[in-house]
Design a protein around this ligand. Structure first.
Ligand SMILES: C[S@@+](CC[C@H](N)C(=O)[O-])C[C@H]1O[C@@H](n2cnc3c(N)ncnc32)[C@H](O)[C@@H]1O
Length: 199
């Protein structure tokens, strides 16, 4: 079974009309982005979430069954995939896009709250800890209890670099490292060399 043109055209046109009417009093041009969820799309990431969060309206077209009549693809501004696997329908991909966009909208996070999260600065987030300072022999790193904000900031940057190198080295390909990051990477390499020499 393949989704036919008419019902999808009716749905998209109706949503577009409503979106434009909602905002027509504001006097400014309303931006609407139409996304079709498809395994053939560009793989979704945080950069795209930020781009979509800047739109006034998003229309998310979900497929089901075998997918869409090929003519429907041309009505979308772009195709978006949530990864290289096949789901039964586009509902979960649409919820993924909606959730990641909605949390970026004003009022949902504290000022600058998203800034240090994974992918926002091209790195994974540094490890986080809670109380107590020691649990079943595992300790919170000493520096995080020191109250020295500069030392904590440096530890977090180093930990984020390390985490990214270990778990997602692909994220670092083509990255323009800052001077501080280069220095931290140099220190990490030296530590690694001296560990290997002592083994
Ligand atoms: C079973 S899939 C259709 C797969 C299609 N026949 C193919 O081989 O590419 C049904 C619908 O689920 C959605 N879907 C499935 N996997 C997806 C993914 N990885 N990303 C985005 N949407 C997906 C799409 O809307 C798709 O039209």
């Amino acid at each position: 079974m393949v989704l036919r043109c008419q019902p999808v055209a009716d749905a998209v046109e109706s949503v577009k009309r409503r979106g434009t009417e909602d905002r027509k009093d504001s006097g400014r041009k309303v931006s609407v982005r139409t996304i079709l969820l498809s395994p053939a799309g560009t793989v979704y990431d945080q950069k795209k979430a930020r781009e979509l969060a800047a739109q006034d309206h998003l229309i998310l077209i979900c497929g089901h069954y075998e997918g869409f009549d090929a003519r429907i693809y041309s009505w979308a501004d772009e195709l978006v995939s949530v990864g290289d696997y096949i789901l039964t329908g586009g509902e979960l991909p649409a919820m993924t896009v909606a959730d990641s966009v909605l949390r970026l909208l004003e009022g949902n996070l504290k000022e600058g709250g998203a800034g240090e999260e994974s992918f926002e600065n091209g790195l994974l987030e540094y490890p986080q800890y809670t109380k107590p300072a020691e649990f079943r022999g595992q300790k919170v790193p000493e520096v995080l209890l020191s109250g020295d904000h500069e030392a904590v900031r440096k530890w977090r940057l180093e930990a984020a670099l390390k985490e990214t190198m270990e778990r997602r080295p692909d994220l670092l390909e083509g990255r323009k490292f800052t001077e501080e990051e280069k220095a931290l990477l140099g220190e990490m390499e030296n530590q690694q060399d001296s560990r290997e020499q002592h083994q």
